[in-house]
Design a protein around this ligand. Structure first.
Ligand code: CAO
Length: 414
């Protein structure tokens, strides 16, 4: 079986998380990803949050699978010459340095196009063009500037960032889509193009429903928000606690064992069609005849009370029992799964969503596999490269002799 992106060569200048998630995806689809790192130090994440001394961190290994690794000082004279050869050798260049870093090295988009007109040049930055275009940005900053933090959290409490890396891994996904789209375009245009993704845009794209709510505010209160009917709505779309972002009310309720287990909770959605079954199972058949309860509109001002009654019932069941009972009744619900439970879930191992990878220095560890499954192009997750592991091989591929490689090494370029 051939891999979907076999034959595509990626010059991977990425570091930390956002860029590496993009190139890892492309590598999983079969692209030859050549990760370029600074000699001696490499990607800073190799050494960050280490769990085992002197061994590449999980932070690094889990973001750089299936890649080859070379070292190159792109600021040195001979390093720049090698970099030029690599630009001519590859189809795509990906980077997520601070704004302007590649230009400062002497590699503007114009120069790259001149070197290789078929090159697709893809970048992640914190902001797009505008007043903040020169700022450095990390995940949590992206969540703040993209509207996620302002709209996440409990009512009346501080803004909250999510554990989901929507700024980094989310933007990496966008960039990967931009790259394969540009590759497709190149099949008939014959030309490369620039692909730019701002983390602010990526987060905002995932907060679409909140911009929807911002505009709905002009026409009255947001009736599905916990603030309705007694709370206040200000000028901006507010935090909504755990209420559902859609048209069906939902909330997180306690389940049996919640006193000792921080994850003994379930999300329950009181979807209109399944409401009679839900009411019956929690012992509130009376609601079905009561005009105060038996329409979605009548229930809207009483959602807190309704979920309170649902919770009285869920507290008598484990989160998995709640799932077992409510699913056959077509009540959408889901247990709050801990990372431990997810890591141990056999079905996720089977699908390759959680994979065990072997690493010569750290031994076996778990990683998150490819979330996108292609029928003719399955993903095999292989370990990340050591710093400079493939330098000699790749420099040989671009036509450098052993002697020239030795010279580059002596000059500190690799
Ligand atoms: N050879 C020579 N120099 C190299 C090199 C190499 N192989 N690789 C990197 N460098 C240089 C860069 O050119 C840059 O030099 P200048 O400052 O002189 O231009 C320098 O190393 C540092 O790069 P940086 O500014 O990108 O790194 P940082 O740690 O200060 O900032 C980050 C990190 C992530 C905040 C910044 O890169 C950024 O804002 N990136 C864009 C947004 C992004 O992707 N953020 C997500 C990161 S994951 O949370």
């Amino acid at each position: 079986m051939s891999k979907a992106l076999e034959g595509v060569r990626i010059l991977d200048m990425t570091h930390v998380q956002s860029g590496p998630t993009c190139t890892q995806l492309l590598a999983w689809f079969g692209a030859d990803v050549i990760k370029v790192e600074r000699p001696g130090t490499g990607d800073a994440t190799r050494g960050q949050l280490r769990d085992i001394p002197d061994v590449d961190s999980l932070y690094f290994t889990m973001l750089n699978h299936n890649k080859r690794g070379i070292t190159l000082n792109t600021k040195s004279k001979s390093g720049k010459e090698i970099f030029e050869k690599l630009i001519k050798y590859c189809d795509v260049m990906v980077e997520n340095f601070a704004p302007g870093a590649l230009d400062r090295m002497g590699f503007s988009w114009e120069r790259i196009q001149a070197l290789n007109p078929r090159m697709i040049y893809a970048s992640v930055k914190g902001f797009g063009p505008g007043p903040f275009q020169d700022c450095k940005v990390y995940e949590n900053v992206a969540q703040c500037i993209g509207g996620a933090a302002s709209t996440t959290g409990m009512i009346g409490d501080v803004p909250l960032v999510s554990g989901a890396q929507i700024g980094d891994s989310g933007t990496g996904m966008n960039l990967a889509l931009g790259i394969v789209t540009a590759l497709f375009h190149r099949t008939h245009s014959g030309k490369g193009q620039r692909v730019e993704c701002a983390m602010q845009d990526g987060v905002l794209n995932l907060c679409r429903v909140k911009l929807r709510d911002q505009q709905r505010l002009a026409h009255g209160p947001l009736t599905e928000y916990p603030q309705y009917p007694n709370g206040e709505f200000g000028a901006a779309a507010p935090r909504a606690g755990n209420s559902s972002g859609g048209g069906q009310p939902g909330w997180i309720v306690k389940c049996k064992g919640w006193e000792n287990d921080p994850d003994a909770y379930s999300y329950v959605i009181a979807q209109a069609g399944a409401f009679p079954a839900l009411a019956k199972v929690i012992g509130h058949e009376d609601w079905l005849e009561d005009p105060q309860w038996n329409t979605p509109k009548a229930r809207l001002p009483k959602l807190e009370e309704m979920f309170g009654e649902i919770e009285k019932w869920t507290m008598t069941k484990t989160k998995f029992e709640v799932m077992d009972i409510l699913n056959p009744l077509n009540v959408p619900c889901g247990p709050i799964l801990s990372m431990k439970e997810i890591a141990e879930e056999p079905s996720l191992r089977k699908t390759g969503t959680i994979v065990e990878v072997d690493h010569p220095e750290r031994g076996k560890y778990l990683s998150v596999g490819n979330p996108i499954k292609l029928s003719d192009s399955p993903t095999d997750v292989t370990r990340s490269p050591f710093l400079g592991e493939h330098t000699d091989t790749v420099l040989g591929e671009i036509g450098m002799s052993d002697e020239q490689i030795a010279e580059a090494r002596a000059a500190g370029a690799v």
